[in-house]
Ligand binder design. Sequence first.
Ligand code: UDP
Ligand code: MG
Length: 328
Amino acid sequence: MDISVVVPLYNEAESLPELEQWIARVMRDNGFSYEIIFVNDGSTDGSWEVIERLAEANPAVRGVCFRRNYGKSPALNVGFARSEGDVVITMDADLQDSPDEIPELYRMIREEGYDIVSGYKQKRYDPLSKTIPTKLFNATARRVSGIHNLHDFNCGLKAYRSKVVKHIEVYGDMHRYIPYLAKLAGFSRIGEKVVQHQARKYGKTKFGLDRFVNGYLDLITLWFTGKFGGKPMHFFGLVGSLMFLLGLVSTAIVGFTKLYHMHSGHPYTLVTDSPYFYLALTLMLLGAQMFLAGFVGELVARNAPGRNHYEIDSEIKQALKNTGHPHS
Ligand code: UDP
Ligand code: MG
C-alpha cells in the first residue's frame, strides 16, 4: 500500500465527511493505493458515528475509537502502530491542513530520500496569541534539538517513511517534537515543505495557552533523556561534584579565617557570621543530593528494558571466512 493517512481527532464531526472526500479525491486523481485511519480520541460529539458511516461507504476508511480522551500523541501512537502504507501522512481533522499536499509529500519521501517531511505553515491563519509564541517555541526547539532547518515543529501535516513511525514512540504530549524523537532514534534526513494553511472551518482549537508551558517542559525532558537518559550520573555526578567541591572550598575558607582570627588575637567571631558558612552548608548538602539522584538514576537506567536495544541498519557476517584453510 502506498499511503496511510493518520488522522487524530477530538470532536471534529462536522469536518470529517469533507476531509474524507477530499483525501479520497486526491488519492483517486493520483492513483495511490491508500487507507485513512481515523483515531477518535474520545469525542463526545458523534464523530465516531460519522466515521462508521464513512467506513461503510469507503473500504479504505479505518477507525479506532478511544474510550476516553487521551490526547493527540496517544492517538498518533495508535494510528502509527496500525498503519500499513509505505508512507505515512498525519493530518489534523479540522481541515486546516490541505490533502492537496499529499502527492508532493509522498514524492519527497519516495524520491528525495527523506525520512520525514514536515509541513511549514509559512502563512498561518491563526490568532496572533498563537503565532507569536509559536515563533519563539520553534526557535527554541531548533536550538535544543539541533534540527536547524525546521520552522514549524508542531505542524500537524507531516509525512514519514513507514520505518520511522514504527521505530519512534510518541507519548504524553510529545507530538510537538516528533522530528526530534526521530532524530534521537537515528533518522537524520528531515526535510520541510511549505504547505497551505486554512483557518479552522468548524469547531474550535483543542489546545489552550498551556501548550507553551507544557511544550517547553517537554523539550527539556527530551533534551535531558536524549543526552543523559542512559547515563544519568554523567549529569548529576558532574553537577554534584562541582557543588560539593565549591562547598569544600567554602568550608576551608570558614575554617582558615576562624583559625587566623583566633591566632592573630582579633575580636572573637562565630563561624556562623561568615556567609561562606551558609554557602558551604548548602552546596555540600545539595551536592550530595545530586549524587544521590545520579545513583538512583543509574539504578533506574540499569533496569530499563530498552537499555541494550539498538537499531541496526546493516551487518556483514563472514562466519565461513576462517574455515577450510588449515595451517601448514
Ligand atoms: N486532537 C486530538 N486529541 C486531543 C486534542 C486534539 O486528537 O486531545 C486533534 C484535533 O481533533 C485535531 C488535531 O488534534 O485534529 C489538532 O488539534 P487542533 O486543531 O485543536 O490544534 P491547533 O490547530 O489549534 O494547533
Ligand atoms: Mg487546528
